[in-house]
Design a protein around this ligand. Structure first.
Ligand code: ATP
Length: 255
């Protein structure tokens, strides 16, 4: 396996505050291209805040402010002239609870494509089929594309949300606890899918499920109380954590 991968995101001296409360403290990290990176750590340590800062979706929370840099494609995403719609096209996101739009399976995916790439509309059917195939959902829904997305199971809805993200051709997919609302079988399907997706996309996943992070990630980033404590290849961190806090977390002494 080629482990020397290109860096696609570099986070430098990054801080985040909700009003007076500092949620992220001087975060420095590098994300490797076309790998699965898992951000782990106990509840409230800042995982989601960090993930949601990467595509600036956290800007939507009143009172949230940041300092430092998140470099993507040679630019700090917090520069004033960054176009947020383009940023979020390139850095897609899937949330904890599947949130399909109240429309058909087909329209759920078409909607995002029309929003971001109207010129592609002639090829719509092809793009939708390809996205559903990549999200491992095509075989289950190909005869039901006109049915409401709400008729799908929770796991299928989550794969639909992943297909929706894929359809607008992102480079990076952010996944915020994508399986926490799913049963074990649906979870396994998503985990298999994530491993597959990293052939084509950079995946950054937040999970409170350490076993899941170990199963699917190439790199792990352990956070505690707003700080990044340790990061590295998953197998190295598991076998040989350098920090006592990491070891305590891996051994279940911190949860
Ligand atoms: N909208 C908000 N307003 C104020 N404080 C917030 C807000 N969202 C998160 N926080 C605080 O910021 C800190 C980090 O929260 P965050 O949700 O990023 O942690 P997390 O590691 O993802 O937690 P969990 O695993 O429980 O989802 C916590 O102390 C939390 O209370």
């Amino acid at each position: 396996m080629n482990t020397e991968k290109e860096i696609v995101i570099e986070i430098k001296n990054f801080n985040g505050w909700y009003d007076q409360k500092q949620a992220l403290k001087d975060i420095n990290m590098e994300i490797k291209k076309k790998r699965v990176s898992a951000i782990i750590g106990p509840s409230g340590c800042g995982k989601s805040t960090l993930l949601r800062s990467i595509n600036r979706i956290n800007d939507e929370i009143p009172g949230y402010r940041t300092s430092g840099e998140i470099i993507f494609e040679g630019k700090n995403v917090y520069e004033n002239n960054i176009d947020l719609s383009t940023l979020r096209k390139k850095i897609g996101m899937v949330f904890q609870k599947p949130v399909p739009f109240p429309m058909s399976i087909y329209e759920n995916i078409a909607f995002g494509i029309k929003l971001h790439t109207p010129r592609n509309s002639r090829k719509m059917d092809e793009i939708i089929e390809a996205a559903l195939k990549r999200a491992a959902l095509w075989e289950e829904v190909k005869d039901d594309l006109d049915k409401p997305a709400s008729s799908l199971s929770g796991g299928q809805q989550q794969r639909l949300c992943i297909a929706r993200a894929i359809a607008i051709d992102p480079e990076i997919i952010l996944l915020d606890e994508p399986t926490s609302a799913l049963d074990p079988i649906a979870t396994q399907k998503i985990e298999n899918l994530i491993e597959h997706l990293s052939e084509n996309y950079t995946i950054i996943i937040v999970t409170h499920n350490l076993a899941q992070a170990i199963r699917i990630s190439d790199y792990m980033y352990f956070m505690f109380q707003g700080e990044l404590i340790e990061s590295g290849k998953t197998e190295d961190i598991i076998k040989n954590p350098k920090e006592q806090l990491t070891e305590d977390y891996l051994n279940g002494r911190i949860s």
